[in-house]
Write a protein that binds this ligand. Sequence first.
Ligand code: PHE
Ligand code: FE
Length: 291
Amino acid sequence: MKADSLAPAPPKGARADWTIDQGWQDYTAEDHQVWLTLYERQAALLPGRACDPFLKGLEALDLHGLGIPDFAKLNRKLGALTGWSVVAVPGLVPDEVFFDHLAHRRFPAGCFIRKADQLDYLQEPDVFHDVFGHVPMLTDPVFADYMQAYGEGGLRAMKLGRLHNLARLYWYTVEFGLLETPQGLRIYGAGIVSSRGESVFSLEDPSPNRLGFDLIRVMRTPYRIDDYQQVYFVLPFLQRLLDDTLQDFGPVYAKLAQTTDIPIEAITAADKIFTRGTQAYARSDGLKQSS
Ligand code: PHE
Ligand code: FE
């Protein structure tokens, strides 16, 4: 971490870069069972829904195993494939700490696992979201480079006061991105593949808009963290992420400073429309209604 950074100090027991030991031997049988239950549910849903790089990554990393993966073993496979590693952190970490890890090809993962009565929706990422959701895509060379570049870009966006815009890019790609394939739309976003409900909703529900990915458009669109998304952005192919983001964002941020946000459910004349959503789910109060 940089000496001039104003990041809060790490919690007690964590290292200066906020990492901790995973403590794999301390997981209980019940913890491993939660992983296995979540794993089985997603493994049944994702063929034909998740994109090939995700499914291949899942296979290559052998993530079902005996329950919650041991990061040390996982890192031997992941490191050999793309030079990425997973590091354990206590929970959410400050932005600059997060970006610095990404810029060095380290993915910070929470190591706690949700309880058996919280299988369906969590706002704080646990090890299932972080590892099952995020790590398979890090086996893809293009996506692996994108994530590293994003970390570097994050540090820069903070200095330029544009983090709110860059965070939307992460949200609508890394967390909730869809990919166009000859077989139809497929999921690559970690927030979707780690959620049973959203794995179906994002592709099949008539409610959300599904729009073509456009860098500036995405960075003008707010997002919600409390329920399924109202809009998903569709990439024509993964390389497009790198092609669009390797450019200097200085002029991009300057342009953004001249624009206003686009309301979350809006469709603009410039949008490529895959689905014009009904927004019925969002108007029905969504998850709040069922709880
Ligand atoms: N190219 C961006 C910049 O100049 C950095 C970046 C790369 C941001 C990849 C997001 C993703 O700031
Ligand atoms: Fe995530």
